[in-house]
Design a protein around this ligand. Structure first.
Ligand code: NAD
Length: 372
């Protein structure tokens, strides 16, 4: 009888995409035609991906007008539908298909120009394309500047569940033009602010103080204040991602407010409530749960709820946008499907106070009262 023995196969650690992300700040008015002028003798083809709203922004006109039927020399421009309803596997595959039809190799480049949806979709398509081609981002929403473009999480929604398919695939380069913020709708601007406020709660007492004391400068989008917020948030996120790229430990804290927020987005119907507004409501619930379980002081919870209300975010236990009966139970049911859960309890990011964060498994019975 032969002797069979178990064995392991080991691999070098894989950092798909790139092992370094270059971050550039451009305080000048965005002129993407100038910025992406074809480099002489550069054989690399580029597949630019944007959405229908971004493509019509005044800053984009000279860039978009160079493309005739989506082509400019060997470069391509794909214009997808705008917003969360288009964050689908079909959108990802349409990018892959267009690149394939135009003979793109894995040495060519994908460039996402848009909000979090476009960055996530373009990054995901690049990660799949011939097992991985390089990707760069020009984030154009506040949310994508302070959060979504940084850290290599890519993906799309699936069967009405958020971000169910995806990969870790960092961008080679991220170029910030904070002036893009000036054309954002009020709702989209406030949505990005929610992620910035989350970053303040997690890592930056000085930024928290800005949110507490400078609401008028922030809400009027004073350029210097907005640039400071973008700089602080992108640096804070970059630091966390460097320490824990694949979210084994401290990166999980970035989900503060998200377990509740994602449940609200699913309950309301994807795209009905902005991601940031859902997260802001979720932050209020996470801090309220922290206080209820005696992890943080009531005074901390009260101050956080007060700041959230200064920016017009919903601090009601039952979200205003949801209607009908049994909302708390339905939210909890959805929270059980969260991919971060490891047992039959719900895993939630909580706080002991400002910049003191941890993850805890919580019983349904403890969550229900803060949703009623
Ligand atoms: N990958 C990550 O780490 C990460 C982190 C946070 C959020 N996200 C994802 O990001 C998405 C949300 O991002 P978002 O809020 O940027 O949404 P979005 O990309 O849908 O953009 C919001 C809307 O703003 C429009 N828009 C974009 N730039 C504009 C501009 N400068 N002026 C006017 N309109 C503009 C878009 O066309 C869209 O209609 C969600 O799908 C979320 O899951 C990803």
């Amino acid at each position: 009888m032969e002797n069979y023995s178990n064995f392991n196969i080991t691999y070098p650690s894989v950092h798909p995409g790139t092992d370094v992300t270059q971050i550039e700040f451009h305080t000048e008015t965005p002129d993407l035609r100038q910025f992406f002028l074809p480099e002489e003798n550069n054989p690399q083809k580029r597949c630019f991906v944007t959405d229908a709203t971004v493509a019509t922004l005044p800053y984009m006109q000279t860039f978009v007008s160079q493309f005739d039927d989506g082509r400019c020399g060997s470069d391509l421009l794909i214009i997808l539908g705008s917003g969360e309803p288009y964050k689908t596997i079909e959108s990802v595959l349409s990018i892959v298909e267009t690149a394939l039809e135009n003979g793109f190799s894995r040495n060519d480049l994908f460039v996402g120009i848009g909000g979090g949806v476009i960055c996530d979709l373009t990054g995901f398509a690049a990660s799949l394309y011939k097992r991985g081609a390089a990707v760069q981002f020009v984030p154009t929403t506040l949310l994508s500047m302070v959060d979504a473009s940084i850290g290599g999480k890519t993906g799309c929604d699936f069967k009405s569940y958020k971000n169910m398919i995806g990969s870790f695939f960092p961008a080679q380069k991220i170029c910030y033009f904070p002036e893009f913020i000036s054309t954002l709708s009020e709702a989209q601007f406030r949505s990005g602010l929610a992620e910035a406020f989350k970053t303040a709660l997690l890592y930056d007492a000085e930024l928290y103080d800005m949110f507490r004391t400078k609401s008028s400068q922030i809400l009027s989008r004073e350029p210097e204040t907005i640039c400071t917020i973008i700089q602080k948030c992108s640096k804070a996120k970059a630091e966390v991602v460097e320490k824990d790229f694949t979210e084994k430990n401290i990166r999980k804290h970035l989900n503060l407010g998200h377990t509740f927020g994602h449940a609200l987005e699913t309950l309301a119907g994807l795209g009905t409530v902005t991601h940031g507004d859902a997260v802001a409501w979720g932050i209020g619930r996470a801090v309220s749960l922290s206080a209820k379980l005696d992890f943080c002081k009531e005074s901390y919870k009260d101050e956080v709820l007060h700041i959230l209300s200064l920016y017009g975010w919903d601090i009601n236990p039952v979200p205003k946008i949801a209607s009908g009966g049994g909302i708390s139970e339905r939210l909890i049911q959805i929270m059980h499907k969260d991919k971060k859960n490891k047992s039959d309890k719900i895993s939630i990011v909580l706080q002991r106070g400002l910049t003191d964060t941890f993850t805890q498994e919580v019983e349904d019975g403890d969550i229900l009262p803060i949703l009623r």
